[in-house]
Design a binder for this molecule. Sequence first.
Ligand SMILES: [Ca+2]
Ligand SMILES: [Ca+2]
Ligand SMILES: [Ca+2]
Ligand SMILES: [Ca+2]
Length: 147
Amino acid sequence: MQAPFKRLGFSILAALAVLLLALPAMAGSVVDADSDLVPDGFDNCTAVANGPNNSSNQVDADQDGFGNVCDADANNDCATTTLDFPFFLDPFVGTSSSLEFDFNGDGAVTTLDFTLFLSFFTSGAPPGPSGLSCAICPSPPGTPCLP
Ligand SMILES: [Ca+2]
Ligand SMILES: [Ca+2]
Ligand SMILES: [Ca+2]
Ligand SMILES: [Ca+2]
């Protein structure tokens, strides 16, 4: 009666040993390029820290898979141009409550966000990069891209 239990105990120990040996390898395969504690495969802005320690924690107001902090492309043409500026202006002057341009995640579109909009605008930056596989530009209408 005792031998099968011993064998079972050994099997469990062997399985645990294999698991313990595999854990560091698994941990090493998780890439988090911007060190914001969100693995790249789930991070909607892989080059900007927007994790749980940031106020803009993965917020993606237009649900296109590109987080607010790396998405100033309101008209979905994959560049930040003068065509996007009216979309910024409406919530900035208070004629819209859209938070798509609340880049810093403080719940309002202010001069702080305007500074960030200008940095996107001067480079003409496309949205992203995002680690979500559904984040494609131009994004298909009506299909939210969530992790
Ligand atoms: Ca990020
Ligand atoms: Ca977005
Ligand atoms: Ca645009
Ligand atoms: Ca803001």
